[in-house]
Design a protein around this ligand. Structure first.
Ligand SMILES: [Zn+2]
Length: 113
C-alpha cells in the first residue's frame, strides 16, 4: 500500500470492469426502451389505450436519470484512462476502495461528500 485510501492497480482494473459492465447494461436497457417507444408510436390503438400524460412523464424522468448515470460512468472511465480516478476532487486524498465499489463514479471522498 502506498498510502491510506489509495487503491491498487488490481483494484482499479476490477472497478474498471465493473464500470464497463454497468455501462453495457445501461446501453442494453436504453436500446430496449427506444425499441418499445418506436413500437408504441407505430400502433395508434395501443397509444390510445396506454397513453396518459403521467405515464409519459415517468418514462422521461427514469430515462433521464439513466442517461445521467451513463454520463457519470463514462466520465469515470475517462478518469481511469487519465490516471485521475479514485482521487477526491475536493481534498485530493484517495477515495476508499469500499466507497468506489458501491459508487464507482464517486468524485469525492466520504469526508467531502
Ligand atoms: Zn475529500
Amino acid at each position: 500500500m502506498r498510502s491510506t485510501g489509495a487503491i491498487s492497480s488490481a483494484q482499479l482494473r476490477e472497478l474498471e470492469a465493473d464500470i464497463r459492465s454497468e455501462l453495457a447494461r445501461i446501453e442494453r436497457s436504453l436500446a430496449r426502451d427506444a425499441q418499445e417507444e418506436a413500437l408504441l408510436a407505430d400502433s395508434s390503438s395501443l397509444r390510445v389505450a396506454s397513453g396518459t400524460a403521467s405515464d409519459g412523464g415517468l418514462t422521461v424522468t427514469l430515462t433521464g436519470r439513466v442517461h445521467a448515470r451513463h454520463a457519470e460512468l463514462t466520465e469515470a472511465l475517462r478518469r481511469i484512462e487519465d490516471g485521475r480516478y479514485g482521487v477526491c476532487g475536493h481534498c485530493g486524498e484517495g477515495i476508499a476502495y469500499g466507497r468506489l465499489l458501491v459508487v464507482p463514479e464517486a468524485t469525492n471522498c466520504l469526508e467531502c461528500r
